[in-house]
Ligand binder design. Structure first.
Ligand code: AP5
Ligand code: MG
Length: 195
């Protein structure tokens, strides 16, 4: 299963991808987590990315494609992946399409998680207080939501227009939301049976 989860910041992509990882027996690839690991390791990329992330802006398409290509080159993606946080721009959607065409591994599903802004603000505020993720401060969340509307909503439309998009309600218990995602995936039962 090659799956893209797409949705606004705080819509629950990472949370659901973690659950789906065992359901679908494919790795969860979060570009945000890869960047946070680089920040933590204080690599040159991490130092550059930190400034951009703390401003709620997007890291450049070129850098993100390098990171993604390297990750998709690892052996554990042979049976697929759950991509969380990529693509976020139309250029990234094009790059992903070309990359997967080259690997002869087209996407099986793109699932959009819809969550109202007020729920996102409440979720990220709670996490900011509990964990202190720096880009969860309310000002940066507002910026991240603007960036989503400007740069990532067109990606959602791109998949919708191609008839490749499934949309699920991201509000509810974690199991409810997970069940909704599984219900829209193609032949989930086969995937589980052969995993
Ligand atoms: P990234 O790490 O991808 O962050 P994001 O998608 O903006 O935001 P979140 O991770 O908060 O959202 P999520 O949908 O994963 O929600 P989560 O499950 O965590 O990116 C961070 C930054 O890196 C970007 O701003 C950018 O700078 C850079 N970046 C990353 N990818 C990039 C790319 N491709 N191109 C350019 N730049 C890139 O849930 C949020 C909270 O809600 C959690 O506390 C969770 O416990 C809670 N929650 C989850 N589900 C529920 C539920 N059903 N009910 C109640 N609470 C819930
Ligand atoms: Mg996330």
């Amino acid at each position: 299963m090659r799956l893209v989860l797409i949705g606004a910041p705080g819509s629950g992509k990472g949370t659901q991808a973690n659950r789906l990882e065992s359901e679908l027996a494919v790795p969860h690839i979060s570009t945000g987590d890869l960047l946070r690991a680089a920040v933590k390791a204080d690599t040159p990329l991490g130092q550059k990315a930190k400034k951009v992330m703390d401003a709620g802006q997007l890291v450049s398409d070129d850098i993100m494609l390098d990171i993604l290509e390297e990750r998709l080159g690892a052996g554990d993606v042979a049976n697929g992946f759950i991509l969380d946080g990529y693509p976020r721009t139309l250029a990234q959607a094009d790059a992903l399409k070309s990359l997967l065409q080259r690997l002869q591994q087209p996407l099986d599903a793109v699932v959009e998680m819809q969550v109202p802004h007020e729920a996102i603000v409440a979720r990220t505020r709670k996490r900011f207080e509990a964990e202190g993720r720096s880009d969860d401060n309310p000002d940066t969340v507002r910026k991240r939501l603007d960036v989503f509307a400007e740069q990532t909503a067109p990606v959602v439309d791109f998949y919708r227009q191609r008839g490749e998009l499934e949309t699920v309600d991201g509000v509810g218990t974690l199991s409810e939301v997970c069940g909704r995602i599984l219900a829209v995936l193609p032949s989930t039962r086969n995937n589980k049976a052969t995993a």
